[in-house]
Design a protein around this ligand. Structure first.
Ligand SMILES: N[C@@H](CCC[C@H](N)C(=O)O)C(=O)O
Length: 291
């Protein structure tokens, strides 16, 4: 069925920005070309990705989670590719549910491809997400910029990350292109690459090149990957010390606070903002070929 009217919202979390498309009954499909057009900053609304808001019961990938979480975050990168998880996206998604009157501030659960995420929504300002546990797949990885290379920590936060500690964030260069990594077989489905510099005790700064979106001003899963990599580098792994540990992660678009607990659970706290809302023009919509 061709879509003749559709509304959208625009939101961001530490300037990782999203086009939000409410579609409770999962009535539209989002081909990669349509997502890329929505995210185009000149010919579309513009964003690092799309948050397609669907009731879990109405989406084949989320049905099994419907008993636990009413809403499913169907996340897409700006090139139209599908990702397992988006940490900033899930905070903005929660803020949207409040904005639309679907939930009250407090505790809620959101279904994602990375499983059900528990969220605590302050009335305004911050949202905390329980991000689950990091995994550290085996294997040495190297990332490069020009003729310089760094060893990178392989971290999986539901989605893949390569975390490289550098002296200066300028070492990452322009980040127009995805930094090459080796071995080439390390990330068959691509990877998000983080460059990290120290700012003080338990305080780091990072830049990220996101799979499917390019350099963004923030990445929530990336900030978690960076924090757990820094925690292990600094020898304060909560599983060993028995103490929870909190790191502050500065990104170009703001600051995220990450806590890891002795059982490996990770909480991420940061802002989530709804900027505004609108209706797509019917002609633009028809040309954009939503299915
Ligand atoms: N910006 C997101 C991550 C989005 C997905 C990522 N680009 C991928 O393909 O894995 C975040 O805030 O976590």
């Amino acid at each position: 069925m061709t879509q003749t009217s559709l509304s959208f919202l625009k939101g961001h979390g530490t300037e990782n920005d999203f086009v939000i498309v409410p579609d409770p009954d999962n009535a539209i499909e989002l081909p990669a070309t349509a997502v890329a057009k929505l995210c185009d900053r000149r010919a579309g609304i513009g964003g690092d990705g799309v948050l397609h808001v669907v009731r879990s019961a109405a989406h084949p990938e989320a049905k099994a989670m419907a008993g636990e979480a009413e809403w499913f975050m169907d996340y897409r990168n700006s090139d139209g590719s599908i990702a397992e998880m988006c940490g900033n996206g899930v905070r903005v998604f929660a803020r949207y549910l409040q904005y639309a009157g679907h939930v009250e501030p407090g505790d809620l659960a959101i279904a994602t491809r990375g499983g059900v995420k528990r969220v605590h929504l302050d009335k305004r300002g911050d949202v905390t997400v329980s991000m689950g546990r990091a995994e550290f797949p085996e294997g040495e990885v190297t990332v490069s910029v020009g003729d310089r290379s760094w060893p990178a920590r392989n971290v999986n936060m539901g989605n893949p990350h390569a975390v490289a500690f550098v002296d200066s964030l300028d070492d990452a260069g322009t980040l127009y292109d995805a930094p090459p990594f080796s071995p080439a077989s390390a990330y068959p489905a691509g990877v998000n690459v983080e460059f990290v510099a120290d700012r003080g005790p338990r305080h780091v700064a990072m830049r990220v090149h996101e799979r499917g979106s390019g350099e963004t001003r923030s990445c929530g899963t990336g900030a978690c990957a960076v924090a757990v990599a820094a925690i292990r580098r600094d020898g304060v792994d909560p599983a060993e010390t028995g103490e929870q540990v909190t790191y502050t992660v500065d990104l170009p678009g703001g600051t995220l606070v990450i806590t890891e607990y002795p059982d490996g659970r990770i909480d991420m706290t940061g802002p989530a903002v709804i900027v505004g809302s609108g209706e797509f023009d019917a002609t633009w919509l028809a040309e954009t070929a939503f299915v």
